[in-house]
Design a binder for this molecule. Structure first.
Ligand code: ADP
Ligand code: MG
Length: 375
C-alpha cells in the first residue's frame, strides 16, 4: 500500500505531499489542478517512466529548466509492518537531457532494478493505443506487465535491447565490409540466450493473462461479444513452432531462425527477428480488434486486459495499487458498476474523474483528496 507521497517540480506539482489511506480515494479538483499528474507521478515510481508524456523530460516542471534544480518523487509503501521508501530524481541538464536516479531506502539502485518495487496498474484514456497503436505499443503493455510480475525482467529486457543495438551496428559494418561475418556468432549467442528468457516470460504471463481476461471479457461484453488475446512471437512468423514455455525448446527454435535470417539481417543492417519484433493479437469476435473494434469496444478490451493484469499480479502475492485516470468517463452504466465492484475488492485504488456517483452507490467508505485551490 502507498502510505505517503512527496513530489517536487513534477508537472505543476511544485511542492506536494499527501498521505494515503487504504480503500478507494477519489481525486477532486478543477481541470488542470494536477489530478492526472499525481496519478502519473505514482505510476512513474512504479514503472520508471511516464505513461502519458511523449518524452519523460516533459514531466519536469517548466520553471526549473536551466536552474540546476531537479524533480523528485518520493513514496513510502507499506507491506504489513514493513516500510519501504522509494525515491526517483529527475535531472534535466542544460542540453535538456534527462537522467533518472533511483534509490530504495536511501541506497542507490539501477532503475531497471527499481521498477516493479511498487506494484500498480494504471488505466487511462491513452491506453487505447494498445488496440489501435503499433506493435511497439503492445510490446510496451506486455513488458510493463512482466516488470510487475518478475523482478529481473526489466534488467534482462534492457540487456536484450543493448545486445540488439550492438548486433545491428555489427550487421551494418558487415554489410559495408568493415567487419567480417564470423563476428556475428558472439552476438547471436547472447541474443538467443537473453531473448529466449524474454520470450519464455512473455509466453507464461500472456497465457495466464489470456485465461483471466477471457472471463472478464465475457462479463464486460455481457456475453454479446467475445474478446481474446494471443501472443505473436516474431520467431514464429510461419507458424512452424510449437509454442511452449520450455526454455530449451524456445532457444533451439530461436537459434534456427537466427541462422535462417542472417543473410537478410546483413542486407537490411538490422536484426529482423527476435522478441523486439513480437506482438500481441487482440481479437473481438474472432477478428483483429485493430481493424474491427469500435472505439467503445476497444476501451472495454483494454479495460478487461488491465483488470486481468490486476488479478494476475494479485495471484503473484502482492496486490497492485489500482490507478484510474478518467477511467469511468467512457463506460456505459453497467460497466461503470462492474469496474466499481471490481476495485472495491482491492486494498487501494486512486481515481480521478468528474462523476463519482457509481462509487458513492457502492455504499462503502471512500476517501477524498482535493487538488489545487477550489475556492
Ligand atoms: N512540465 C510542466 N511544467 C509545468 N506545468 C505543467 C507541465 N506539464 C503539464 N503542466 C500543467 O500541469 C497542470 C496539471 O495537469 P493535469 O495533471 O493533466 O490536470 P488535471 O488532470 O487535474 O486536469 C496543467 O495546467 C498543465 O498544463
Ligand atoms: Mg486529468
Amino acid at each position: 500500500m502507498l502510505k505517503n507521497i512527496k513530489i517536487r517540480n513534477f508537472r505543476n506539482l511544485i511542492n506536494y505531499e499527501t498521505d494515503f489511506k487504504p480503500g478507494i480515494t477519489t481525486l477532486y479538483g478543477r481541470n488542470g489542478s494536477g489530478k492526472s499528474s499525481l496519478i502519473e507521478a505514482i505510476y512513474f515510481l512504479s514503472i520508471g517512466s511516464s505513461f502519458r508524456a511523449r518524452h519523460d523530460r516533459d514531466t519536469v516542471n517548466k520553471n526549473i529548466y536551466g536552474s540546476g534544480d531537479f524533480a523528485h518523487i518520493k513514496g513510502i509503501i507499506s507491506n504489513k509492518n514493513d516500510f519501504t521508501e522509494l525515491q526517483l530524481m529527475l535531472n534535466l541538464n542544460d542540453s535538456m537531457r534527462l537522467t533518472k536516479n533511483s534509490n530504495i531506502n536511501g541506497a542507490k539502485i539501477k532503475l531497471s532494478k527499481f521498477v516493479g518495487a511498487l506494484k500498480s496498474v494504471c488505466f487511462s484514456v491513452n491506453d487505447i493505443d494498445v488496440i489501435f497503436g503499433s506493435p511497439s505499443d503492445r510490446r510496451k503493455y506486455i513488458d510493463l506487465l512482466n516488470m510487475q510480475l518478475t523482478s529481473n525482467y526489466a534488467s534482462e529486457l534492457l540487456e536484450y535491447k543493448n545486445i540488439v543495438e550492438s548486433r545491428n551496428a555489427l550487421l551494418k559494418n558487415i554489410n559495408k565490409n568493415y567487419s567480417n561475418k564470423e563476428e556475428l556468432e558472439y552476438w547471436n549467442t547472447k541474443m538467443i540466450d537473453v531473448g529466449s528468457y524474454i520470450i519464455q516470460q512473455r509466453y507464461k504471463s500472456i497465457q495466464k493473462l489470456a485465461e483471466i481476461s477471457e472471463l472478464i471479457f465475457s462479463k464486460i461484453f455481457n456475453a454479446e461479444h467475445n474478446g481474446k488475446i494471443e501472443y505473436i512471437q516474431s520467431i514464429d512468423t510461419h507458424n512452424d513452432h510449437h509454442l511452449s514455455d520450455d526454455f530449451e525448446e524456445i532457444r533451439s527454435h530461436f537459434s534456427n531462425k537466427i541462422i535462417e535470417s542472417e543473410t537478410k539481417d546483413i542486407s537490411y543492417g538490422r536484426s529482423t527477428i527476435g522478441p523486439h519484433r513480437d506482438d500481441l493479437l487482440i481479437k473481438i469476435d474472432g477478428d483483429n480488434a485493430y481493424n474491427f473494434a469500435s472505439r467503445g469496444q476497444a476501451r472495454l478490451l483494454i479495460l478487461g486486459m488491465k483488470l486481468a493484469e490486476c488479478e494476475l499480479i494479485k495471484q503473484n502475492n502482492v496486490e497492485p495499487i489500482i490507478l484510474l485516470d478518467d477511467a469511468f468517463s467512457e463506460l456505459d452504466f453497467q460497466n461503470q458498476e462492474y469496474l466499481a465492484k471490481f476495485i472495491a475488492d482491492y486494498k487501494q485504488c486512486l481515481i480521478t474523474g468528474l462523476d463519482f456517483r457509481v462509487i458513492k452507490n457502492l455504499n462503502m467508505p471512500t476517501n477524498e483528496l482535493l487538488l489545487g485551490d477550489d475556492s
